[in-house]
Design a protein around this ligand. Structure first.
Ligand SMILES: [Zn+2]
Length: 86
């Protein structure tokens, strides 16, 4: 992977804090930094998209347990085929 803006450390931070961001548990300042990073970093944006898709699907099902791997894979595949059509 090519580090964008020599910013590998930020990528680690984004991945580490993805759940906090998705659940709105971040401070405004952190959320801003988070959004700025994923707007500029394609690999983190992909990662955030998939996590968000899984979170949305789970919330829709009213489930608080972790997604079984099979469901997770299916959601990710749906996301991919949706992108191909778009
Ligand atoms: Zn990144």
């Amino acid at each position: 992977m090519t580090p964008s803006n020599g910013d590998e450390e930020s990528c680690c931070w984004v991945i580490d804090h993805l759940q906090e961001f998705l659940h709105g548990e971040m401070s405004e300042q952190e959320a801003d930094a988070f959004r700025r990073h994923i707007a500029a970093c394609e690999s983190c944006m992909d990662e955030a998209d998939m996590e968000a898709a899984v979170s949305r699907a789970l919330r829709r099902c009213n489930r608080t347990v972790a997604a079984p791997m099979q469901l997770r894979t299916r959601v990710v595949q749906m996301q991919v085929s949706y992108r191909w059509q778009a």
